[in-house]
Design a protein around this ligand. Structure first.
Ligand SMILES: CC(C)(COP(=O)(O)OP(=O)(O)OC[C@H]1O[C@@H](n2cnc3c(N)ncnc32)[C@H](O)[C@@H]1OP(=O)(O)O)[C@@H](O)C(=O)NCCC(=O)NCCS
Length: 148
């Protein structure tokens, strides 16, 4: 079996939107195709310069992706997903490491992810990658309209 290091690292952009969406769907990620994951929103987010999608390819196929974003204080790992056929090979761990290196290169030394409580795989992943899991914080969010 190929090790995580043998997959090709790719920096992605708006031209890769369709394959990123296809991977998120294969991975069963809860996405907002009419809202913040629409092609218009994705294009706008890319223009900000603070969103860097990083992927891993097996040959031509995109098999893992994460959106590295930052708010100038913290680096955020968003929409991390691995193709079901390529899981438990260290791909997500490798992507987390790539995101961390990306943030560090910009002088951002604290890295974070929002993980839903039911998502035991993701909680175990971030724990194994050295992240402290805190359950005494409540996520407060507000939307200007539904679906975003
Ligand atoms: C969560 C996810 C990204 C993990 O990807 P992955 O490439 O399989 O993860 P890794 O191989 O790097 O796993 C590293 C470690 O995390 C833990 N882990 C990963 N998946 C796990 C699972 N399903 N159950 C328990 N522990 C798990 C293990 O400790 C694992 O090490 P091990 O395989 O040596 O036991 C993948 O399952 C996925 O895409 N899920 C759907 C999308 C999602 O929930 N994304 C996260 C949003 S916050």
């Amino acid at each position: 079996m190929d090790t995580a290091d043998s997959f090709q690292v790719v920096c992605l952009d708006t031209s890769h939107y369709d394959e990123i969406m296809a991977l998120w769907r294969r991975a069963g990620l809860h996405i907002r195709p009419e809202g913040r994951d629409s092609v218009e929103a994705f294009t706008r987010q890319m223009r900000t310069g603070v969103q860097t999608p990083i992927g891993l390819r097996a040959g031509a196929l995109l098999v893992a992706v994460a959106l590295a974003t930052h708010d100038s204080r913290k680096g955020w790992i968003n929409r991390l997903a691995v193709d079901p056929d390529y899981r438990r090979r260290g791909l997500a761990t490798r992507l987390i490491g790539l995101c961390e290196a990306h943030f560090q290169a910009q002088g951002i030394d604290i890295w974070a992810a929002l993980i839903e409580e039911w998502n035991q795989a993701s909680l175990a992943l971030f724990h194994s990658a050295g992240y402290a899991l805190t359950n005494d914080i409540t996520y407060a969010s507000k939307r200007s309209h539904a679906g975003v």
